[in-house]
Design a protein around this ligand. Structure first.
Ligand code: SF4
Ligand code: SF4
Length: 213
């Protein structure tokens, strides 16, 4: 998925993205950012390992055909909360207008509405699925989904880190006790909450953005 510098945020000392004022207001945001930090660390380690084996990452800035091709991107309720917050409160200027229009018109067969000028407009809070989708070798052809055309070039998710991330995020869903969180992760029960990015009601987010202007 396309790489872009983050804005409106700063890395904390530990290297995770940090929005101190917003995190004080929204405790769920810390769970989300902490989870993403763990996933990102796992991905970085997995990519480094592949590079040591001579594999060349294909994903880079401006490379974004995956954001137009993929129509089944899984997204969890906490992630949707993060996306709505970021879009409504952190995106400004001309990009805000473009995003609102994308969200207003977004249909199931369209490119991801958050793709603006070949970059992810919600990059700091893009879903875990987008963070994990990394390809080696050649960049994807227009319309290619390498998961089907060359599975061996797609980075395999690091389950240990993904499970750790879900463990941290579960209190958002009311699952607080550690033993209960472990059980929920082992059974995979939380996957029942997953949504599909393209089928979300983005028109209501466009309205929320308009209302908060
Ligand atoms: S190489 Fe493929 S998966 Fe990677 S950023 Fe480019 S289009 Fe997306
Ligand atoms: S949220 Fe959309 S634009 Fe951003 S990386 Fe994912 S598919 Fe691409």
């Amino acid at each position: 998925m396309p790489k872009k510098k983050t804005n409106n945020s700063r890395p904390s000392n530990a290297g995770r993205l940090s929005f101190p004022d917003d995190e004080r207001l929204h405790p769920w945001l810390s769970l989300l950012l902490e989870g993403y930090y763990i996933v990102d660390k796992g991905i970085a380690a997995a990519i480094e390992k592949e590079q040591k084996n001579g594999r060349k990452p294909a994903c880079g800035r401006g490379c974004s055909s995956c954001c137009k091709t993929h129509k089944d991107i899984p997204v969890y309720p906490l992630e949707l909360t993060g996306i709505s917050w970021y879009a409504a409160e952190k995106i400004s200027g001309p990009q805000r207008e473009v995003l609102r229009e994308n969200l207003r018109q977004s249909g199931k067969d369209d490119p991801c509405p958050f793709l603006i000028e070949k970059a992810c407009s919600i990059h700091p809070v893009r879903p875990m699925a987008c963070r994990q989708f990394n390809v080696f070798g050649n960049p994807c052809e227009e319309g290619e989904d390498p998961y089907y055309t060359r599975r061996g070039d797609v980075l395999s998710p690091v389950k240990k880190h993904v499970d750790q991330a879900f463990f941290i995020m579960l209190p958002f869903y009311g699952v607080e006790k550690e033993s209960e969180r472990v059980r929920v992760i082992e059974t995979g029960a939380f996957h029942r909450m997953v949504r599909e990015l393209h089928s979300c009601n983005w028109k209501s987010l466009a309205e929320k953005m308009r209302d908060s202007d």
